[in-house]
Design a protein around this ligand. Structure first.
Ligand code: SF4
Length: 368
């Protein structure tokens, strides 16, 4: 990404964010650490100076090239790091390999240990395939034994260049619920502080602590800028999707356009209207709507060929399963120890019935 693009992002986007906001600026797509650190030593201070006080920076990496210089940069700039580790060695190495065909697990685990011994607590994203779903205990023990406390699961999804998914052959929803439930139960029983991002998002929604904010269905909640300055919004994956009727979701270019003009663009308004129709379909038909907010437009387009559509395999396996696993877990806690409420805190009452009886109901967790 040329410095001119960074300058334009700083001046035309970041400097216009409300001073009270707390945006997250993420380096992602491809492997960010293949770009020389010198480039970040220009880009970070440029954006930091333009951003609100509460802004945070993060980077998602395969962890292979985390040098001492990178450690210093992450520490000095307060940049958070997430590593892509697909669980235990045999699962990770089955798909993540170097150009010479060697698995990369030992390389990324080496980076994990160096980061941890330097005081970082990296989050981990694990991409799951069907074979993983019978190995919940191995996954849990892997996270526990390596002091990994923040995990997010991605499923191998059909999206963009990836036209098929290993989950296509069968409905794996029940297996996925069991996988999440088992990890949640083991962590709870052993009091291991494992934060599973998908579960925590649903639990916050159920507890009413967070509006169900689905930033992917509202224009400009997320702004994505490519190396050439092209700008998109809604799903970050739009940057890689080929859709001629939507101009491949390129809403303008930050080198040429003012952000105020991008906001008024006809294309972005047309895409917003299609996405809203999809959200309306979800609202009318899906009992998980209150915990989801209408899903990921990029998955709807990739799977259903339309933004104005409802359920996808992706949402069945990622959003619905997280809700089901959490509800099953909470129900079991209440059943097994009614005198202790849910076991999650004094006086917690969990109305699990509400989530499943009406498309329009909101599951509630109330303080009694
Ligand atoms: S879970 Fe799927 S069908 Fe339900 S609201 Fe979300 S995207 Fe729509």
């Amino acid at each position: 990404m040329p410095r001119a693009v960074i300058d334009a992002i700083a001046e035309k986007i970041v400097s216009k964010i409300s001073p009270d906001a707390a945006p997250t600026i993420v380096w992602h797509a491809g492997e960010p650490t293949v770009v020389p650190l010198k480039w970040y030593e220009y880009a970070h201070p440029r954006l930091r100076a333009a951003a609100p006080q509460g802004a945070t920076f993060s980077i998602q990496s395969n962890g292979i090239a985390i040098s001492d210089e990178w450690l210093n940069f992450l520490r000095d700039t307060g940049t958070r790091i997430g590593l892509s580790i697909d669980g235990p060695e045999r699962f990770h190495d089955a798909r993540r390999k170097t150009r010479s065909g060697r698995g990369t697990w030992s390389l990324v685990m080496n980076s994990l240990r160096r980061l941890q011994s330097s005081g970082f607590d990296p989050s981990v994203i694990s991409v799951l395939h069907p074979q993983c779903l019978v190995a919940a205990d191995q996954f849990y023990e892997f996270y526990r034994d390596n002091q990994i406390t923040q995990v997010s699961f991605s499923i191998d999804e059909a999206e963009g260049a990836n036209s098929t998914s290993s989950f296509d052959r069968h409905d794996y929803k029940a297996e996925m619920v069991h996988f999440l439930y088992q990890i949640l139960s083991r962590a709870f029983t052993e009091k291991y502080p494992l934060h599973i991002r998908e579960i925590e998002r649903i639990s916050r929604a159920l507890a009413g602590q967070d509006d169900v904010r689905n930033e992917q269905v509202q224009a400009w909640q997320a702004v994505v800028v490519s190396a050439s300055g092209d700008v998109t919004s809604f799903s970050p994956e739009f940057m890689e999707l080929n859709s001629p009727p939507h101009n491949n979701f390129c809403f303008g270019n930050i080198l040429e356009d003012e952000f105020e003009d991008l906001i008024q663009g006809k294309l972005v308004k047309a895409v917003q209207a299609e996405i809203r129709r999809g959200v309306d379909i979800c609202r009318a038909s899906c009992r998980y709507f209150e915990a989801c907010g209408g899903g990921a437009p990029s998955n709807k387009l990739s799977e259903n060929r339309s933004l104005a559509s409802g359920e996808t395999s992706f949402c069945r396996l990622s959003i619905q399963t997280a809700a089901d696993a959490l509800i099953q877990f909470l129900s079991d806690q209440i059943r097994d120890s009614p005198e202790r409420g849910s076991g999650l805190g004094p006086g917690l009452h969990v109305d699990t019935h509400a989530l499943f009886t009406s498309p329009l109901s909101s599951g509630t967790v109330q303080r009694a």
